[in-house]
Design a binder for this molecule. Structure first.
Ligand SMILES: Nc1ncnc2c1ncn2[C@@H]1O[C@H](COP(=O)(O)OP(=O)(O)OP(=O)(O)O)[C@@H](O)[C@H]1O
Length: 219
């Protein structure tokens, strides 16, 4: 068996709070292989976002470790190979839609034409006509697609998405699902934390976060 693109071993994460500590992850294990799309279900507050923050290296576990291609991310932060679509989106409001999507490619060029890649992604997501607007000039559902285009533009090896369809209507979801599947088809390890059955339906593997560990999702 090949080394998983992403491996989490024994992850523990507790948040201290005056109103009472929250033990969110309790020895969580996860393996995701290149080319695989895994969805993470779980009730609100179960720890899906906390898990993605650890997998992306934006937070550190109290114990346990995350490995990217076998290398602990604590030793080699995965900024060049791992991309995140956070729930809060985090678009740069001073940049246009196109400039936001181009940003990862300017920071880590892939050798391909940046303008062409940006047009390809915005077109695939049905928001090509918004390229020159600023994030504050488009709807939240459109912002979500811009943030997804930005996450995938530099072809990350690992793509972590938090509720990638949360603000989309029925017509907008199809292109997003196709893009997530397309990233996996290109060899990325893709993880989507979601409440949306339409995302679970296109997954290679579905897991559920329950009581701080992952279990096989009940289909
Ligand atoms: N910085 C923090 N300090 C204290 N508690 C926190 C912190 N961050 C998250 N939590 C708590 O940890 C738990 C998990 O939160 P998390 O955002 O990961 O849940 P989630 O599964 O992503 O929820 P949702 O589906 O609503 O997005 C929640 O009980 C939350 O209140």
């Amino acid at each position: 068996m090949t080394e998983p693109a992403l491996r989490a071993v024994g992850l523990h994460r507790r948040f201290a709070h005056p109103s009472g500590d929250v033990e969110v992850l309790r020895g969580l294990e996860l393996q995701v292989h290149a080319g695989e799309l895994t969805t993470v279900a779980g009730r609100s507050g179960s720890g899906k976002s906390a898990l993605l923050a650890l997998l992306g290296g934006f937070d550190s576990p109290d114990s346990g470790a995350v490995y990217l291609d076998g290398v602990p991310i604590s030793e080699a932060p995965p900024w060049h190979t791992c991309a995140v679509l956070p729930q809060a989106l985090g678009l740069a409001n001073e940049l246009t839609v196109a400039e936001n999507v181009a940003l990862p490619l300017r920071l880590r060029p892939t050798g391909e034409d940046i303008g062409a890649r940006v047009r390809e992604l915005l077109g695939a997501l049905g928001i090509g006509e918004l390229a020159e607007r600023y994030p504050t000039e488009v709807s939240f559902g459109q912002q979500q697609r811009v943030a997804l285009a930005r996450a995938v533009s530099a072809r990350p090896k690992v793509l972590l998405t938090d509720e990638p369809t949360a603000h989309l209507d029925g017509a907008s979801i199809g292109p997003v699902l196709r893009l997530l599947r397309g990233c996996a088809a290109e060899g990325a390890a893709v993880i989507a934390a979601t409440h949306d059955d339409r995302v679970h339906e296109i997954a290679d593997r579905r897991v559920r976060l329950l009581d701080g560990v992952l279990t096989a999702a009940l289909d």
